[in-house]
Design a protein around this ligand. Structure first.
Ligand SMILES: C[S@@+](CC[C@H](N)C(=O)[O-])C[C@H]1O[C@@H](n2cnc3c(N)ncnc32)[C@H](O)[C@@H]1O
Length: 484
């Protein structure tokens, strides 16, 4: 599962010449919308979490969809994308040509059908007939017969039966077995396993957690909204966060954008791992003044908004820097209404627009592969390539060096990634500590006490969160103190 079988030059359609349909196909609107979303992801590299809400809004506006339809369409799109690796292996064993030679729209229909058959409780006859009807509408009658034949083969067994056939035994090839069973590219399995260590159970739990739909987690920004006030607005489904005192989970899903506290910025949607990183930087021990903080990679502003609120409670100010102007605008929106002083600047963090040593606390939540947030971006695992990891390396090191220059002697720097890949986490920090730049020295701080009460943070001094252990994204944090 190293090379994604779908990334290929577009194959010419196969099949017999199309016959005139005996009746006009009438695909069910939910499947049609799910197919449109999958095509956008496949064809123009769209992000499912952007393209799907837009399609759902249009459908709801047109009066085609109710809440249940939207929930089913969402499950079909996200589930199909997450489990695409497994379904590709199943489909490959049902067709007599390489998957790269199946026309992409046909393959998308087949995968959508495979998900309904193997990953949902939709009765098999309904899954097949609805998908064939969709195929008639989007790829034509000729190819809908091919779709019908393949789906009938798939329907002959359940998921466990298929996995026994298409995944190699664990003992023969553990990584490939896990890649097929848990639908991750093999190189990602390998990287995550290196980062996690340990035996089969841990990595299986992690890969399984990546395939779960993450809960929506909110943050009640301190000084702007009390968690109890937010809970009252959310209603019965609100559950307290596991680790952050400001977190609230919407256990049954729900639409956070419908909440007034979210709309006016007193609260936001923020993974608890991301909240913990901001809280850890704010809580790291510091001697001397504690007046000015920097978020050096602030867009879109989740951590900056929490940091700014925490800074305000302490009489400190936050500077939030972001290189991309459109993302800097998102930061400005997230910080609007903050009770204390702050400034948003569009700036390249590797060429600071501020004087050296200006800050008491600095966070750099650097650009990374995002391998720690695969739950949220269902297509991301298929888009990333192993060479992306070294691609981020120079910028990650530059941003950390720049953060060390920006903090005063005695001040604290937090280096964070939303990836547990060792080459993006500890290797970067070790390298920079060995060569921090002219006249600068720094040392590790133990980050574990800044996440008091959170278990299984590793051997320190840095911390690694995990979806299967903490219910968070796999955020990494190292805390460093500048010593000269
Ligand atoms: C992982 S994201 C930060 C997420 C953010 N901390 C949050 O919690 O919402 C990394 C950000 O760094 C920005 N970035 C990339 N290169 C940069 C640079 N040289 N200077 C400043 N920001 C940069 C990216 O545009 C992106 O918005």
């Amino acid at each position: 599962m190293n090379d994604h079988p779908r990334r290929r030059p577009q194959a010419r359609p196969h099949g017999t010449p199309q016959r005139k349909p005996y009746r006009k196909p009438a695909p069910d609107p939910v499947r049609k919308l799910a197919y449109d979303a999958l095509r956008a992801v496949d064809e123009r590299d769209a992000y499912a979490n952007l393209v799907l809400p837009a399609l759902l809004r249009d459908a709801e506006r047109a009066g085609d969809f109710d809440r249940r339809d939207a929930a089913l369409a969402t499950e079909l799109v996200y589930g199909t994308l997450r489990r695409q690796g497994t379904y590709d292996a199943v489909i490959a064993s049902c067709v007599d040509r390489p998957l790269g030679e199946v026309d992409p729209p046909v393959l998308d229909v087949l995968t959508l059908g495979a998900h309904q058959l193997l990953g949902t409780r939709i009765p098999p006859h309904a899954a097949v007939s609805a998908t064939v009807e969709l195929a008639r509408a989007v790829v034509g009658d000729g190819r809908s017969r091919f779709v019908n034949a393949v789906l009938r083969k798939i329907a002959a067994d359940d998921l466990d039966g298929w996995l026994d056939r298409v995944a190699p035994p664990y003992d023969e090839d553990p990584e490939e077995h896990l890649a097929v069973v848990h639908s991750h590219p093999r190189w990602v399995v390998s990287a995550l396993w290196d980062a996690l260590g340990g035996g089969r159970q841990g990595i299986e739990d992690l890969l399984a957690a990546d395939n779960e739909r993450p809960e929506v987690t909110l943050v009640a920004r301190p000084g702007r909204c009390a968690p109890a006030e937010l809970a009252a607005e959310v209603g019965e489904e609100a559950e307290p966060g596991r680790w952050s005192p400001y977190a609230l989970r919407m256990a049954d899903g729900g639409d956070p954008a419908a909440l007034e506290a979210v709309r006016d910025g007193r609260a936001g949607v923020q993974d608890e791992g991301s909240q913990l990183v901001a809280l850890a930087l704010a809580g790291a021990p510091l001697e001397g003044p504690d007046r000015l903080w920097l978020d050096g990679c602030a867009g879109p502003g989740g951590k900056a908004a929490l940091l700014a609120a925490l800074a305000a409670q302490r009489g400190a100010a936050l500077v939030a820097a972001e290189k991309q102007p459109h993302r800097a605008r998102l930061v400005a929106r997230a910080l609007d209404g903050n009770p204390g002083p702050y400034q948003v600047v569009t700036a390249d963090g590797t060429r600071p627009a501020w004087r050296e040593g200006a800050f008491d606390r600095v966070l750099v939540d650097v650009p990374c592969t995002g391998l720690g947030a695969l739950r949220r971006r269902p297509e991301a695992r298929w888009r990333r390539r192993p060479q992306d990891v070294p691609g981020f390396a120079p910028l990650q090191r530059e941003l950390l060096r720049s953060a060390l220059r920006s903090v005063r002697v005695g001040g604290v720097v937090g280096y964070a990634t939303c990836s547990p890949h060792p080459a993006e986490t500890r290797a970067v920090v070790d390298d920079v500590l060995a060569r921090p730049g002219a006249d600068i020295t720094a040392e590790f701080l133990d980050a574990r006490p800044t996440m008091d009460g959170v278990p299984e943070l590793g051997d320190g001094p840095d911390v690694q969160l995990w979806p299967h252990l903490h219910g968070t994204d796999a955020m990494y944090l190292a805390l460093l103190r500048r010593t000269a």
